[in-house]
Design a binder for this molecule. Structure first.
Ligand code: GDP
Length: 196
């Protein structure tokens, strides 16, 4: 499986600058440093998405066109210790407006570091998605960094948690951008999700 060329086409810092709905979209969200940008690049075999972003800098939604067939949206990470409340509220409004009103949004991939699993903050975020009927799937990243028995245990735990949400895909993807493990499988699932 292969993605067509990934190209950045819009950034939105406020809800009013979100581009109009056209092709199907999938979005990626996760805490800063979880490996989200590396994953998008691995999926698209590109180096377009800037990796190792410093947390708390540009908090915007980044829209990438994938050969004009579908879009990938890189969402600002959640779980930041925001310095000021105003910024936190603006971030929340942007994310919630986008995710709850976007009819072209087919799936939100929530990236979680395989070493950490789901923390309280992550579960709060999943509950928010579920409440708003946003379809989502959990993706465990950096799977190369833990030994197989630990990974198997973490997978079972997360799958168990995910089963509690109505709008969650009852499956957990295991990936490593470093070894490419699981990347092709996820690529295939994304193509299916956007109807290709
Ligand atoms: P983001 O902030 O979630 O976009 O995270 P990045 O993609 O920028 O990655 C954060 C750090 O984790 C970088 O130093 C990456 O090299 C590293 N990283 C990303 N993916 C993997 C992975 O699959 N395995 C390992 N070992 N490191 C990774």
């Amino acid at each position: 499986y292969k993605f067509p060329l990934l190209q950045f086409f819009a950034g939105a810092m406020v809800p009013t600058s979100i581009p109009e709905e056209t092709v199907p979209e999938v979005a990626f969200v996760g805490r800063s440093n979880v490996g989200k940008s590396s994953l998008i690049n691995a999926l698209a075999e590109s180096s377009t998405v800037r990796t190792s972003d410093k947390p708390g800098l540009t908090q915007q939604l980044n829209f990438y066109s994938v050969g004009r067939l579908f879009n990938i949206v890189d969402m600002p990470g959640y779980g930041f210790a925001f310095v000021d409340e105003e910024k936190r509220l603006a971030w929340r409004e942007l994310m919630e407006t986008y995710m709850t009103k976007r009819s072209t949004l087919k799936m939100v991939y929530v990236t979680i570091d395989a070493r950490h699993g789901l923390k309280v903050g992550d579960k709060d975020f999943l509950a928010m998605l579920d409440k708003n009927r946003v379809p989502f799937q959990v993706v465990l990243t950096k799977c190369d960094l833990i030994i197989l028995p630990t990974l198997a245990r973490r997978y079972m735990m997360v799958l168990d948690d995910v089963n509690n949400y109505r709008h969650a895909r009852k499956e957990v993807a295991l990936v490593s951008s470093r070894t490419q493990s699981g990347v092709n499988q996820l690529r295939k699932e994304i193509l299916k999700t956007v109807g290709n």
